[in-house]
Design a protein around this ligand. Structure first.
Ligand code: NAP
Length: 288
């Protein structure tokens, strides 16, 4: 009986090192900040006691310090009202030392996060979530702010393949935060884009036709190894906490690695790029 041949290391997918690419981007930003001659300022609004949000904010502030961005923090109690947070946003909109404003999501349930986001001056909307910036992305106007995670994901894809023209890209997920802007960015790169979601039929077949597969669902290892087209670039955006405390993505990494040409790990893939692109957007806002 023939035993299946083990793949050699050189036949396995290239692992896209998001940590290293994010580090190089941060170093470049540090040089850019030195040239601006003033400190770009990033204001972070954090409402409530969500421990994960506190960790994210701490990491963002630390990353700001490393590249010379001044951070402004506004921490509000769990019971803060819509009007109180609106007043904080207005104060940051009016502060000339603040170039970027970020409202850490999610906010407590009694608040209307959409309404709050749309109070942010679009020129300072470093998350790219206001209608002006969404519209600019769709219109191909490069003066807008592109949401950080899709922006970082595109950088990772282009670290492997510069010319994406004519490739079939499948994005699983259609959130405003990730899936929709990701699809727009790939369209702007002349990909043929399919957006898949919870109602998509035959998702495995759809994925199998993807030259570029981007998974942003939030379901551990949902994308199986045999859903991957040989030679595909796979970007795993999902962050799922397993029972053993470890993180895993939406893609079955070990199986996908056998077929893909390149794949991002979780952790160490898309995650580090999100913060690096937040810094990039803040520097861009300070430069304009
Ligand atoms: P979301 O708003 O919950 O959107 C999830 C999307 O997945 C929805 O469009 C949903 O479809 C789709 N979906 C759900 N079940 C599905 C299924 N069985 N088959 C196909 N599609 C399905 O989440 P999100 O904010 O976009 O985030 C997605 C994941 O990315 C999460 O794990 C999140 O933690 C992670 N994330 C990571 C970063 C990072 O920095 N690495 C940043 C942002 C998000 P419907 O629209 O039909 O419901």
């Amino acid at each position: 009986m023939n035993t299946p041949k083990q793949k050699t290391e050189t036949e396995m997918a290239q692992i896209i090192d998001g940590k290293a690419i994010a580090k190089a981007l941060r170093e470049d930003l540090k040089t850019q900040v030195e040239k601006i001659g003033k400190s770009p300022g990033l204001a972070v609004i954090l409402v409530g006691d969500d421990p994960a949000s506190h960790v994210y904010v701490k990491n963002k502030i630390k990353a700001c310090e490393q590249v010379g961005i001044k951070s402004f923090e506004s921490r509000l109690p769990e019971k803060a009202t819509q009007a109180e947070i609106a007043a904080e946003i207005k104060a940051f909109n009016d502060n000339p030392d603040v170039h970027g404003i970020l409202m850490q999501l999610p906010v407590p349930d009694h608040l209307d996060s959409d309404e709050l986001i749309h109070l942010i001056d679009p020129a300072k909307d470093v998350d790219g979530l206001t209608f002006i910036n969404i519209g600019k992305l769709v219109a191909g106007d490069e003066s807008g702010m592109v949401p950080c995670t899709p922006q970082g994901s595109l950088t990772l894809i282009k670290s492997v393949e510069k010319d994406l023209s004519g490739k079939h890209a499948v994005v699983i997920g259609r959130s405003l935060l990730f899936g929709k802007p990701m699809a727009q960015l790939l369209l702007a790169e002349n990909c043929t884009v399919t957006t898949a979601h919870s109602r998509t039929q035959n998702l495995d077949e759809v994925c199998r036709s993807a030259d570029i597969l981007v998974a942003a669902v939030g379901r551990p290892k949902m994308v199986k190894g045999d859903w991957i087209k040989p030679g595909a670039i796979v970007i795993d955006v999902g962050i799922n906490r397993m029972d053993d405390g470890k993180l895993c993505g939406d893609v079955d990494f070990d199986a996908a690695q056998e077929t893909a040409a390149a794949i991002t790990p979780v952790p160490g893939g898309v995650g580090p790029m999100t913060i690096a692109c937040l810094l990039k957007n803040t520097v861009k806002a300070a430069q304009s």
